[in-house]
Every structure is written in C-alpha cells, then in structure tokens.
Design a protein around this ligand. Structure first.
Ligand code: 9D3
Length: 248
C-alpha cells in the first residue's frame, strides 16, 4: 500500500510514523509513506500557498495552483492511487471505510489547513472526503495519520501474530471485553476468577458476554450492525431482563 501525503506541515508526521506498527510495516515494505510539502510547489518568490478568501471573511484559504501542481506530479507517479482529502465535510472514518480504502493500491491524501482549500481542488481531483468526527481540528494532518494507521492495520502482514486484526474490536462490531494482567489483586480489586481458571471455554463465554454487555451499555447503536449468533441474542435478552446499569 502506497501513501502519498500532501501537507504544509510534513514535520508533524515524524513521530507517529516512526514507531511501533507503522514503523515495522514500513521496514517490511508492506507500506510506503511519502510526504510532499505543498509549499515546494508554489512558484512565486515567497512560495505562497494561501491567500485571503474571495467574498471576504476571516482566515486564509489554500491556493489552487500549488496544490494542483503537487497533486499532478504525485498522481503521475502513482496513476492508480485514489485522491482523498481530509476535511470536516467528509464521511466519518469507520472500520468499514478503512477496510474499503485498504483495497486500493494507493492513497494520495490531501491535508487541509487554515479555513480550507480552494473548492476547485476538490472539483478537479478529489475522489473521496474523510472526516474524523464532529469536532474541530486545526487541520487535516492528524486525520491523515488516523487514516494511515487504520488502513495499515488492515494490510496483510502488517500486524504481528500477537496483534491479530481478526480479534480487533469493530471487526465483529462489538466493543472489547475487559483486559487484565498480573498481579491478580491490586488495591483490593481482583481479577475475575474465571480468567485464572484455565477453563478456556468458560473464558471465551465470559469474554463474549462482557463484550455484549458493554456494547449494550455504552454503544447500543453498534448492536444494530453487529455480527450476532443466536446465543448472543439470547444472552442480550437475559441482560435486558437483568436491567444491569450498575456494572460496566
Ligand atoms: C474554525 C473554523 N471552522 C469554522 C469556520 C471551519 C474549519 C476549517 C478547517 C474547521 C476545521 C478545519 C480544519 N479541520 C480539518 O481540516 C479536518 C477535520 C476536523 O476539523 N474535524 C474532524 N475531521 C477532520 S479531517 C480534517
């Protein structure tokens, strides 16, 4: 998977892309991340990448010419890549969207800054628009990092055997069960007995029931699209009768 990231702030990406899973995926050449400084494609003496908005108003708008030049150079090198923009108007990044984007051979990600990007960039080049959610970020860079991270996890071989994507929350549409590690008791709080029992069937059942309980309590909206067995549905009906509320 090839990622080309077009940004005014390439330095923002150094930390996050140089650690852990993304670092290893890069080392294994499962992904290739290239950063492109949009300012390098401005041709005037001051390398101007932004200007005041037509019609007036606060802030600045990213100019079309440097972005067009940058996108055209990058696209010419990667003709099969999809041009994606990170913007508050985009569709929300979900596991499903990440899985869809992971099927493309490459992504060219345009990061907005200031009040936004000249609309003609979208009209001419942008095939998809991605948002992280309904809150204000200072620009598209952090959204681009989230996109690269979530897509990389779905590239075959990017996760080690101890990081399997199959067991990830959201792949069956439920929240994760609670996790514990040593010690067995901390400040009076005990690890649930079943996890120490060595009874793998009982552990599996407990975890599934915890996932269902948590999802119903914290994210009932997820249950509509979750992959549920007949047993899961029975368990949920039982939880309904319990009424819970006290236990997370
Ligand atoms: C405060 C300015 N806003 C009202 C006039 C408009 C606005 C412009 C530019 C709000 C945010 C941004 C920069 N944000 C992004 O580029 C962005 C974003 C986000 O803000 N929230 C969630 N996802 C994303 S993806 C890109």
């Amino acid at each position: 998977m090839k990622f080309d990231i077009l940004t005014l702030f390439p330095g923002m990406f150094s930390g996050p892309f140089d650690e852990s899973i993304i670092r290893r995926a890069r080392e294994k050449q499962l992904i290739d991340i290239r950063l492109h400084n949009i300012r390098d494609y401005a041709t005037d003496r001051h390398q101007t990448a932004d200007d005041a908005p037509y019609g007036g108003g606060a802030g600045m708008v990213m100019k079309v010419e440097p972005l067009a030049a940058c996108i055209e150079v990058v696209k010419a090198h990667n003709p099969s890549s999809t041009v994606v923009m990170t913007s508050p108007q985009g569709r929300r990044l979900t596991h499903k969207v990440a899985a869809e984007l992971a099927l493309r051979p490459g992504l060219i990600i345009v990061c907005g800054r200031y009040e936004g990007i000249d609309e003609r960039v979208r009209q001419l080049y942008v095939e998809d628009d991605i948002s992280l959610g309904d809150y204000v970020l200072s620009g598209g860079e952090i959204a681009a990092m989230a996109l690269v991270d979530s897509v990389t996890r779905l590239v075959p071989g990017a996760l080690g055997s101890s990081e399997s994507a199959g067991a990830d929350s959201f792949c069956d549409g439920l929240l994760e069960y609670p996790q514990y590690t040593r010690p067995p008791e901390f400040r009076g709080l005990k690890v649930p007995e079943v996890l120490l029992s060595g009874n793998h069937e009982a552990i599996r059942k407990w975890r599934r029931s915890q996932s269902l309980r948590r999802t119903r309590l914290l994210r009932p909206d997820l249950l509509a699209d979750a992959e549920l067995t007949e047993k899961d549905r029975k368990l949920l009906t039982e939880l309904e009768r319990e009424g819970d509320g006290h236990d997370r």
